[in-house]
Design a protein around this ligand. Structure first.
Ligand SMILES: CC(C)(COP(=O)(O)OP(=O)(O)OC[C@H]1O[C@@H](n2cnc3c(N)ncnc32)[C@H](O)[C@@H]1OP(=O)(O)O)[C@@H](O)C(=O)NCCC(=O)NCCS
Length: 174
């Protein structure tokens, strides 16, 4: 009988995280990113490195890291990476991870989340384009429809503008 699924925090340095990300993504860039962020204290937010487990087997993973927006360095979160093992995709695990992460972030008093990702996927959770608010990606040629944000505190993103600063490791991947 399959073991029940549990969603719980997991250290970004846990070797299972790297293995899972290497299986979920076509290259090892995301695994390398998480290894680098794991030792970047200002980027890490306690409780927002989250795994979906069947028993001790990691089937999905999501990481939320600190970002700083604009000249005032307003604090927000980045959602990246999100990955589900290819053999476990389409079972709602990605959805559970995103929803759990958003709930935890809200409970921590975080005000907003930014993601660069599939518009069709993230708009399901209420993410909307943020370029129109004057929130800019730090990389060139980011498609407007994939540059998204979600308010945890209503109106938070509307009070921010400028370039989003990510942990240094992100600039080597995107
Ligand atoms: C994207 C990903 C995290 C989704 O996780 P998942 O557990 O398979 O997704 P869920 O079961 O929660 O949701 C499935 C739905 O997402 C949709 N979906 C999956 N990948 C998608 C994509 N690239 N673009 C748009 N929708 C997508 C599916 O079509 C499915 O739609 P349905 O509910 O209408 O059938 C997973 O497919 C994955 O790890 N992909 C490879 C890594 C990756 O690209 N991650 C980046 C995310 S920006």
């Amino acid at each position: 009988m399959a073991e029940p699924m549990t969603i719980r925090t997991v250290a970004p340095s846990d070797p299972r995280v790297g293995e899972l990300l290497r299986a979920a993504f076509p290259t090892d860039e995301e695994a390398k990113l998480v290894s680098a962020v794991a030792v970047d204290a200002p980027a890490l937010v306690d409780g927002l490195s989250i795994g979906a487990f069947e028993g001790e087997c990691l089937l999905g993973y999501v990481l939320f890291t600190r970002v700083w927006v604009g000249p005032g360095s307003a604090q927000a979160l980045s959602l990246a990476p999100l990955g589900v093992h290819p053999e476990a995709q389409g079972r709602g695990i990605g959805r559970l991870l995103v929803l759990d992460g958003l709930r935890r972030a809200r409970n921590l008093g975080e005000c907003a989340v930014i993601v660069l990702g599939y518009p069709e996927y993230y708009t399901r959770f209420g993410f909307e384009p943020v370029g129109v608010l004057g929130i800019e990606a730090p990389w060139p040629d980011v498609p407007a429809e994939a540059w998204l944000g979600l308010d945890l505190d209503p109106g938070a993103l509307g009070r921010m503008n400028g370039v989003v600063q990510y942990a240094a490791a992100f600039n080597e991947v995107v």
